[in-house]
Design a protein around this ligand. Structure first.
Ligand SMILES: *[C@@H]1O[C@H](CO)[C@@H](O)[C@H](O)[C@H]1NC(C)=O
Ligand SMILES: *[C@@H]1O[C@H](CO)[C@@H](O)[C@H](O)[C@H]1NC(C)=O
Ligand SMILES: *[C@@H]1O[C@H](CO)[C@@H](O)[C@H](O)[C@H]1NC(C)=O
Ligand SMILES: *[C@@H]1O[C@H](CO)[C@@H](O)[C@H](O)[C@H]1NC(C)=O
Ligand SMILES: *[C@@H]1O[C@H](CO)[C@@H](O)[C@H](O)[C@H]1NC(C)=O
Ligand SMILES: *[C@@H]1O[C@H](CO)[C@@H](O)[C@H](O)[C@H]1NC(C)=O
Ligand SMILES: *[C@@H]1O[C@H](CO)[C@@H](O)[C@H](O)[C@H]1NC(C)=O
Ligand SMILES: *[C@@H]1O[C@H](CO)[C@@H](O)[C@H](O)[C@H]1NC(C)=O
Length: 534
């Protein structure tokens, strides 16, 4: 143990030395307010999506979906199985644009069960498609084997007619969906949540449904779930609308659905279209990233002031819409955006965050053809393992280039910090300070004795040999577009058996500042105990 400890310290310091070579150094301080939690995420906060897009789905001349749809995904792939199992559980939301045109091939279905066919005069560019029940059986066997918590998006356009103004009118015809739910219940397939519709709220994408009609449909779904799950102890969550946040629409919908909705899901594509040439610049711009906060806080306020107990999830978020951008959305640089989103969403009490996609498009956590994890897969897994439920308020002073988040640790009474350095040249030495008055003893720091005592900053005790665990993530060869990520200087990759690597920390003396290299991400698990984390 002692030997390995020294080896770790040694390798980390050489890792710092190489990354610090060209640039400057600045000091910063993360202030953690340990008095109370500002948010509480679900244990299974990390969620990813599986979509319906067939191989013929193309954007800007590239077809990035391959065989990654619910209909044709290879469920026997070893890496896929291992990648999901590593989370136990991973929440997966099944849905996307075409979900609203899916027919379930239950016994009542009168239509032929055929797949989506490309046709540019059809809404969303494809005809209706069909989910055969043998495929639903296969999917459920796979979910059981891999321990997935399933959220299923139902076909909210069934029975509606498209009006000249582009809206979809009339009530949801739920008869096919109800028999699908009944089939699912009879087979004992566990469903964590039934979600109604995809991107039909507000102005909608392709078409839209008015809030009052949607609310009436939600009440129908609520009743379907009540009667199909009758006598069962736990019922699935009822989720909507799976669309873009629109204050007026969301408010009206919540008011009219009352307690028929458990979760309000909203979608995020804040980086613009996948074809955008400036995605990386946007990701590296702190004020651009901050732009999403108004959506989170708007929804949080609406939920707080509504009569319901509904909570917020990000139901689908892929950063750049129309399937993302190759070598950006599936490269190291996307982890800056993704982890920042996870951090920010948590501070606004978002309970879960579904990444578009687990696989498929250019924004998959896994490579569409090889199933090999992209950098964001490892970022998601580290978050899942290290970031606990209670979200702590933090402020960072010293440089705008650092994004800083803190949660109670997941598997200890300590704290986990997430620090993201968006600066390409400057290494940031991060001091940790608690600005609540109760914590441990005051120990003036020799580093910063020259600073004015503006705040009552109390420092951690570190004299008794305490160490913390650090996970430093960087791009291979410093290339932001690399699809290979390094953890503490070592390449993260599956081995020839398709096993996900164990991700080991380095151990660092707690009295040293956290050294955050240029263009790097650090998770730091601190031993300090806060009452809010007990
Ligand atoms: C495409 O859809 C339109 C409208 O539904 C239909 O009239 C047309 O026949 C379809 N084209 C093909 C090639 O199926
Ligand atoms: C609803 O759809 C089913 C087919 O799934 C159809 O048989 C039924 O007539 C429709 N109901 C209404 C009210 O249109
Ligand atoms: C998937 O991996 C292969 C092999 O490394 C690579 O050539 C391809 O570009 C990757 N695809 C995507 C979409 O990242
Ligand atoms: C990086 O940080 C240094 C020092 O704080 C600053 O001068 C520089 O402008 C930053 N660069 C970028 C791209 O933000
Ligand atoms: C760092 O980023 C700035 C701003 O994007 C750029 O002008 C500069 O060339 C970069 N420096 C290096 C060493 O990459
Ligand atoms: C902790 O410090 C931050 C930054 O100075 C401040 O915003 C916050 O209100 C402080 N909290 C308490 C409880 O003093
Ligand atoms: C940690 O650093 C402090 C202060 O530099 C030092 O006194 C202590 O011995 C170090 N602990 C370990 C385990 O190296
Ligand atoms: C792959 O990694 C796993 C877990 O680290 C290990 O158990 C297994 O033996 C490795 N297989 C090969 C072929 O290296």
């Amino acid at each position: 143990m002692g030997f390995w400890f020294l080896v770790c310290i040694f390798s980390l310091s050489s890792f710092y030395a190489s990354s610090r070579a060209e640039g400057g150094n600045v000091e910063g301080t993360i202030f953690i307010d340990g008095k109370s939690a500002i948010g509480m995420i679900d244990e299974d906060f990390i969620c990813a999506t599986l979509d319906w897009w067939p191989p013929e789905k193309c954007d800007y001349g590239t077809c990035s979906w391959g065989h990654a749809s619910l209909i044709n995904l290879d469920l026997n792939d070893k890496i896929l199985v291992n990648a999901i199992k590593a989370f136990t559980p991973l929440k997966i939301r099944l849905g996307g644009t075409l979900q609203d045109k899916v027919i379930y091939d239950t016994e009542d279905n009168q239509l032929p069960c055929v797949q989506f066919v490309r046709n540019s005069s059809e809404m969303f560019g494809f005809t209706q498609g069909c989910l055969p029940m043998y495929r639903w059986d296969e999917l459920n066997a796979f979910f059981k084997k891999t321990g997935v918590k399933v959220v299923f998006g139902l076909n909210a356009l069934a029975g509606r007619s498209i009006q000249p103004d582009g809206s979809a009118a009339g009530p949801w015809n739920y008869s096919n969906a109800e028999s699908f739910i009944r089939y699912t219940v009879q087979k004992n397939y566990p469903i964590y949540g039934w979600e109604l519709g995809n991107e039909l709220s507000g102005n909608g994408v392709g078409t839209r449904v008015a809030a009052d009609q949607y609310a009436a449909d939600m009440i129908s779904l609520y009743k379907i779930v009540q009667r199909t799950y009758i006598g069962m102890d736990s019922k699935p969550l009822i989720i909507a609308p799976g669309g873009f946040y629109d204050a007026t629409w969301f408010q009206e919908f919540l008011y009219m659905t009352g307690n028929s909705v458990d979760v309000m899901t909203h979608h995020i594509y804040n980086l613009g279209p996948g074809v955008d040439e400036h995605l990386v610049e946007k990701i590296l711009d702190p004020s651009y990233l901050d732009g999403e906060a108004s959506t989170f806080s708007g929804l949080q306020n609406i939920l707080k002031t509504s009569e319901t107990s509904a909570r917020a999830w990000v139901g689908e978020s892929g950063g750049a819409y129309n399937s993302g951008h190759n070598l950006v959305s599936n490269a190291f640089v996307y982890s800056f955006w993704y982890l920042d989103e996870l951090g920010m969403a948590s501070t606004y009490d978002t309970k879960s965050y579904c990444r578009q996609s687990l696989i498929g498009g250019n924004y998959g956590l896994l490579n569409t053809t090889t199933f090999v994890p992209n950098p964001d897969y490892y970022s998601a897994l580290l978050w899942h393992r290290l970031m606990g439920r209670n979200v702590l308020s933090t402020t960072f002073s010293g440089t705008k280039s650092i994004r800083a988040y803190a949660h109670c640790a997941k598997k200890s009474k300590g704290i986990t910090l997430l620090l993201i350095n968006l600066n390409n040249t400057t290494t940031v030495q991060v001091n940790i300070a608690f600005n609540s008055t109760w914590i441990q003893q005051h120990r003036p720091s020799h580093h910063r004795s020259h600073r004015p005592h503006k705040r009552k900053v109390l420092h951690q005790r570190s004299a008794n040999g305490l160490t913390r665990e650090e996970y430093h993530l960087t791009a291979k060869d410093g290339n932001l577009h690399s699809q290979t990520m390094l953890l503490n200087g070592n390449i993260l990759t599956v081995n020839s058996s398709g096993d996900i690597p164990s991700m080991e920390p380095v151990y660092v003396n707690s009295s040293n500042p956290i050294v955050v290299a240029p263009f790097s991400i650090v998770f730091a698990h601190l031993p300090q105990v806060l009452p809010v984390c007990w």
